[in-house]
Design a protein around this ligand. Structure first.
Ligand SMILES: NC(=O)c1ccc[n+]([C@@H]2O[C@H](COP(=O)([O-])OP(=O)(O)OC[C@H]3O[C@@H](n4cnc5c(N)ncnc54)[C@H](OP(=O)(O)O)[C@@H]3O)[C@@H](O)[C@H]2O)c1
Length: 275
């Protein structure tokens, strides 16, 4: 896909791999909508893109640990953009951001499930009309190889909490959502795929976990860009990629009953109507 003139939203683009992807897409001529929480990091990226492209990106500030802020973000984007060619759901927190203890979102949900999965679920649903209006268009969910099956009796992990389990559960939820949404969007011209960008890139979340990086942001960024604009993935949907290659996710991702339970739970937690 030629990105010149295309409108692309990248959540979590004030830092890490999202920032890399936003800058690359701007240079390719896309109208880039950037998002994050931190205004000073956003300003630095705005200036960098304006220098390179001659046009500043649009910055949307929202804390995705709040369903209300996520919904307000979606409404703001809908008000300004009639069409959205690509949504990259990238914002996320790692297993150790904020320490090893269990944390909750503003709505009382386990924090990683809320930020890494539920917020993307809500944002995507609100932006589907703009994505459909731009078809052929794409949704890219930045997940991970770190995946843990959801225990539907304790999705909020009130027992035996660990940050890595919480992170991995949220990442599998993103992949389950991807497969489900692909079926819902069949024939609409909107595709949706998920990926593991690269292992332990040198980013804030990896450093917060005290892990020595083994991949570069460029490696993960190029894998995301492949799903954003690669001609070889045009029309492909409902797939999980490890870097540039199609891969298998955790078996729970292919369990239709588990996906239905997740969908029902997500609609219940977010108050969104069924499709
Ligand atoms: N790093 C890796 O090796 C790796 C491996 C596999 C998958 N991933 C996935 O890649 C994606 C990007 O990760 P990264 O490594 O680039 O992380 P990062 O450098 O820590 O960046 C995370 C981004 O998400 C935003 N964010 C975090 N919490 C948020 C919240 N509550 N509300 C709104 N925005 C929030 C951050 O915004 P602020 O600037 O406001 O903090 C930042 O822009 C994540 O989904 C991650 O799970 C990363």
């Amino acid at each position: 896909m030629n990105m010149d003139g295309k409108t692309v939203l990248i959540t979590g683009s004030t830092d890490g791999v999202g920032r890399y992807v936003a800058a690359k897409l701007a240079v390719a001529g896309a109208k880039v909508l950037i998002h994050g929480r931190d205004t000073s990091r956003a300003r630095a990226l705005e200036e960098e893109i304006e220098r390179a492209q001659g046009r500043a990106p649009i910055f949307y500030q929202a804390d995705l640990s709040s369903l209300a802020e996520t919904t307000t973000l979606a409404h703001a984007i809908r008000a300004e953009c009639k069409q959205l060619d690509v949504l990259v759901s990238n914002a996320g927190i790692g297993s150790m951001n904020g320490g090893p203890a269990r944390q909750i979102s503003r709505d009382g949900h386990e924090l990683r499930f809320a930020v890494n999965y539920l917020a993307g679920f809500v944002l995507t649903h609100h932006l589907l009309p703009q994505l459909k209006a731009a078809a052929p268009s794409r949704i890219v969910n930045v997940a991970s190889l770190g995946q843990h099956a959801l225990d539907f009796d304790d999705v909020m992990i009130t027992k035996n909490y660990s940050g890595s389990r919480a992170y991995a559960q949220s990442k599998l939820a993103q992949i389950m959502f991807t497969i489900d949404l692909a079926a819902e969007l069949e024939g609409s011209g909107v595709t949706v795929n998920a990926l593991h960008p690269a292992t332990y890139m040198n980013t804030t979340m990896v450093r917060a976990g005290g892990i020595a990086p083994i991949s570069t942001v460029e490696q993960g960024g190029e894998a995301i860009l492949h799903l954003v604009s690669g001609d070889d993935v045009a029309g492909k949907s409902g797939l999980f990629f490890n870097g540039l290659s199609e891969a298998k996710a955790n078996p729970q991702a292919y369990d239709a009953a588990a996906r239905q339970r997740l969908r029902e739970l997500s609609l219940d937690l977010t108050g969104l109507p069924p499709a």
